[in-house]
Design a protein. Structure first.
Length: 332
């Protein structure tokens, strides 16, 4: 008896899958509901179902488990979602970049939330007044954005000099100062020596002692610098972000060890009072500007960078910071 011939393996599909199928797939994967996905895509539910069925035929496996009242991703579906979602995001970002350069003049900036709310946004009115034809977009995020691939033009970052790439522009260095609201100081015992701060609630970043980055900003480092490493306050008050720490100080909830570039305006306005000015703490961190390689030649980017330099110079003068010439690059 002759042996049966082996069953040939199915032919692999090599043609590309339509982008519309992937968008339908991601919408269903987000909502785990065909009707909600159809509403998002402005399609009928049956149209979305057909696109998902066509996609499953193309890849050769089921991507969803369809239950009576629910939809569930299969392991293959979950794997594709992890790969396809960022790819489509990058494609959409590229399309936005093309539309942006072909249409209105605009500047897209990425920075972290505290810097945006405490330093950048309060100064924006002047630039907008002098440059009415330039749109501004600020993306406040703690996640670093890749200027090579994103549709962001500029990044404003807070880092050690050694961590900055070639071409980064140092805007301002930093010292830390003890600040409080005027009315809290008027109603409290005087602060004449470092030990006197222990009479108050001290405000600090909640993860200051779990992060090398934030360790530079901690009260413990200040205590050690003053020769009193065992000093402890009445109580601690912790927050996640620098702007929350300063807001708590503004509302009289305690003393904050705050970043001078971010509070210079509040000090000048008298909203905050600096205590023990001779006991400021130097920080090795600085504020930096990075320009995307595809954006540097555009006139609106050059205008915004020049304006940033003026604002940074004013901040340096206000806080008494002198830049290290070796860390300063020209904008041109």
């Amino acid at each position: 008896m002759q042996n049966a011939e082996p069953t040939p393996a199915p032919l692999s599909r090599t043609r590309p899958v339509a982008v519309g199928h992937w968008r339908a797939f991601l919408a269903v994967a987000r909502h785990l509901n065909f009707r909600a996905a159809a509403d998002e895509l402005a399609l009928t539910q049956s149209a979305v179902s057909r696109q998902i069925q066509a996609l499953e035929d193309e890849v050769g496996v089921a991507l969803f488990l369809r239950h009576t009242r629910a939809v569930e991703l299969t392991s293959a579906g979950a794997q594709l979602q992890r790969s396809v979602a960022p790819a489509l995001d990058r494609m959409d970002a590229s399309v936005r970049l093309v539309r942006q350069t072909a249409g209105r003049r605009s500047v897209a900036i990425t920075t972290w939330a505290s810097f945006a709310s405490m330093w950048l946004i309060p100064r924006m009115e002047e630039f907008q007044r002098d440059n009415p034809g330039i749109d501004i977009r600020i993306d406040a995020t703690d996640v670093p954005v890749d200027l090579e691939t994103s549709d962001v033009d500029l990044a404003l970052r807070y880092s050690l000099p050694a961590n900055m790439p070639r071409g980064a522009v140092r805007l301002c260095g930093e010292q830390l100062a003890i600040v409080a609201s005027p009315w809290l100081i008027k109603s409290s015992p005087p602060v004449r020596t470092p030990a006197d701060v222990a009479q108050f609630t001290l405000i600090e970043a909640g993860d200051a002692h779990r992060s090398t980055h934030l360790e530079y900003l901690s009260w413990q480092r200040w205590f050690e610098n003053q020769g009193q490493p065992k000093l402890q306050p009445q109580r601690w008050l912790y927050f996640n972000y620098a702007h929350q720490i300063v807001q708590a100080a503004l509302s009289g909830q305690g003393l904050a060890l705050a970043r001078m570039p971010l509070i210079a305006d509040a000090l000048a306005a008298g909203d905050l009072v600096e205590l023990l000015p001779n006991h400021r703490l130097d920080s090795p961190l600085a504020y930096w500007l990075l320009v995307g390689p595809r954006s540097a030649h555009r006139p609106e980017i050059k205008a915004f960078c020049a304006w940033l330099e003026i604002q940074a110079k004013a901040t340096r003068e206000a806080v008494g910071d002198v830049p290290d010439p070796d860390t300063v690059d020209d904008f041109d």
